[in-house]
Design a protein. Structure first.
Lengths: 199, 252
C-alpha cells in the first residue's frame, strides 16, 4: 500500500504555484493538514529553505508563507528574466509610507500636513507601485477624501508579516533629539523684530 | 545636494541632503546639524548657494532637483512667514492659511522627526529584503470564495439608485465683477500715471483683487501697461505704456 504525500511536500507544492503569500488557514484547507502538523511541517521547511542552504527561501510575510528566490541569486534571476530591479524609492516615498504605516490610514492632505509639503505626486507613484492602497474614505472631512494604507506588497517588500512587526514610532527617535528640537524652537519663541528681513 | 559655505551667514554651516523631502527636513537638518537659529535662516543666500551648486554640477538631478528645491524653498518661505507673523491674515480661511506659533512648529517638527526616522528605518528594511523574486504563478480568480455581505450589497444598491444631492453653492454668491470692468478701472487709474497694485486694490474684496490682478496681467499682455516689481514680494507697480491711448497727452 502506497503512502500519501508527506505534509512538507504538499505545502511546498501549494506554495510553488502561488505568487502571493498563503495564509495558514488556506494552507490547511488546501492540504487537509491539521494546524499542529501544518506548523511543524512549516518549521521543517523553513530550515530546509534557509538562505544558507538553498536558492529558494521560505518567508513568513504579509500574513502568510511565500517561496521566493534567495536574494543572493537575484543577479542571475534578473539576468535570466531580462529585467532590472525597480528604481529605489525616494526619501519622500519612504516618508509617505512611514506616515501610512504608523499614522494611517490617513488622507493625502493629512500626509502632506505631516510632511509640510504637498505629497500628491509621491502618493500617486506609490499607488502605482502597489505599496499604498485606498482603504476607505474619511466621511468626516470635507470632500470625503480617500484614506490610504500600506499593502501586503509593502509588507512583503519589507519582510514583515504584519504592521506590528515594525518597531514603535517613539523608539525610532532619541529623547535627546526631540528635546533638542523643542529647545531650539522654544528659544526662538520671541523672534527678533528684524527677523523677517532675512527671508 | 551640498550647500557649500558662501557669504557671511552661510559661512559656518553646510547642509547635505540627497533630495529635499520638504521644508521640515530642511529645518531639521539646520536645527540638528548646524545649530542655526531658524528665524535667521538666510533664504536668499541659501538660494544663491543652490544656484552655485547647480552651476557647478549641471547634470546632477536636472529638472527634478530644481523642482524639489523650488517646492521646498517656497514652502519654507510660507512656513517662516506664518511663524513670524501669527496675525498675518485675520481673514484666513481653512488649513491653507493657518498660522503657526513656534510651539506648534515644534510639535510639527518633532512629529516629522519621528516620521523621518521611521522612513530611514523603512529604507533599511527595503534594502535588506530586496532581491526576493516570488513565483510567477498568479492564482486565477476564485469566485466561489467571495463572501457576499448583504449589508454592503444593500448599501451599494442604495447609492446606485439614489438621486444625487446637489452640493450647496449658496455661499458662492453671484459673480458681481467682470474682467472688462476692472480693466476699464485700471485704464482710468493709469491716466494720472503709475499706480501700485496695493493702492489700486486697497478697498477691494478678495474676488475683486484677484480679478484686478488678472485684468492687469491681461492689459500687460496687450501692451497697455507695464508691471514692475523691483524686489521679490515688493510693491507691484502698474505703469502706462507710451502706446496706451489713455495715458497719452491730450491732443491740442
Amino acid at each position: 500500500m502506497s503512502e500519501g504525500p508527506r505534509a512538507e511536500h504538499m505545502i511546498e507544492a501549494v506554495l510553488l504555484v502561488s505568487a502571493a503569500p498563503v495564509g495558514t488557514s488556506d494552507l490547511s484547507s488546501a492540504t487537509g493538514l491539521p494546524k499542529p502538523e501544518l506548523e511543524s511541517a512549516l518549521a521543517s521547511l523553513q530550515e530546509r529553505y534557509s538562505p544558507e542552504t538553498s536558492g529558494i527561501v521560505l518567508r513568513n510575510v504579509a500574513g502568510g508563507y511565500q517561496l521566493t528566490t534567495n536574494p543572493g541569486c537575484a543577479a542571475a534571476v534578473e539576468r535570466f528574466r531580462e529585467e532590472s530591479r525597480p528604481t529605489p524609492l525616494s526619501n519622500a516615498a519612504h516618508e509617505v509610507l512611514a506616515c501610512a504605516l504608523y499614522l494611517g490610514p490617513l488622507s493625502r492632505g493629512a500626509i502632506s500636513r505631516v510632511r509640510g509639503v504637498n505629497s500628491d505626486a509621491v502618493v500617486r507613484n506609490l499607488l502605482e507601485r502597489g505599496l499604498l492602497v485606498e482603504v476607505g474614505t474619511d466621511r468626516e472631512a470635507p470632500g470625503s477624501p480617500a484614506l490610504l494604507g500600506v499593502t501586503d506588497e509593502f509588507l512583503a517588500a519589507t519582510g514583515s508579516s504584519t504592521s506590528d512587526d515594525f518597531p514603535p514610532l517613539a523608539s525610532l527617535v532619541s529623547p535627546e533629539e526631540l528635546s533638542r528640537v523643542r529647545d531650539r524652537l522654544a528659544s526662538a519663541s520671541a523672534p527678533p523684530e528684524d527677523a523677517g528681513e532675512s527671508t | 545636494m551640498t550647500f557649500e559655505p558662501q557669504g557671511r551667514s552661510l559661512a559656518d554651516f553646510t547642509v547635505e541632503l540627497d533630495v529635499y523631502s520638504g521644508p521640515y527636513e530642511w529645518l531639521l537638518a539646520l536645527i540638528l546639524k548646524d545649530e542655526l537659529e531658524i528665524f535667521e535662516i538666510p533664504l536668499r543666500e541659501l538660494v544663491e548657494s543652490y544656484v552655485g551648486a547647480r552651476e557647478r554640477d549641471p547634470a546632477g538631478g536636472g529638472l527634478e532637483r530644481d523642482t524639489d528645491f523650488a517646492g521646498s524653498a517656497s514652502a519654507l518661505v510660507l512656513l517662516k512667514s506664518r511663524t513670524l507673523s501669527p496675525a498675518l491674515d485675520p481673514d484666513a480661511e481653512g488649513d491653507e492659511d493657518e498660522t503657526l506659533s513656534p510651539q506648534e512648529l515644534a510639535e510639527r517638527l518633532t512629529e516629522y522627526l519621528k516620521i523621518r526616522r521611521a522612513a530611514e528605518h523603512l529604507r533599511a528594511r527595503f534594502a535588506a529584503n530586496a532581491g526576493h523574486h516570488p513565483s510567477s504563478h498568479t492564482l486565477p480568480p476564485r469566485p466561489g470564495r467571495l463572501r457576499i455581505r448583504p449589508d454592503r450589497v444593500s448599501l451599494a444598491a442604495r447609492r446606485a439608485f439614489s438621486r444625487l444631492i446637489d452640493p450647496p453653492v449658496r455661499h458662492l454668491g453671484p459673480i458681481t465683477v467682470t474682467l472688462q470692468e476692472l480693466a476699464g478701472m485700471i485704464r482710468t487709474a493709469l491716466v494720472t500715471g503709475p499706480i501700485s497694485y496695493e493702492v489700486l486694490t486697497r478697498r477691494m474684496d478678495r474676488l475683486n483683487r484677484a480679478v484686478a490682478f488678472a485684468a492687469a496681467l491681461s492689459l500687460a499682455q496687450e501692451g497697455a501697461l507695464t508691471l514692475t516689481q523691483t524686489e521679490p514680494l515688493g510693491p507691484l507697480i502698474l505703469e502706462p505704456t507710451a502706446l496706451e491711448p489713455t495715458a497719452m497727452e491730450p491732443s491740442a
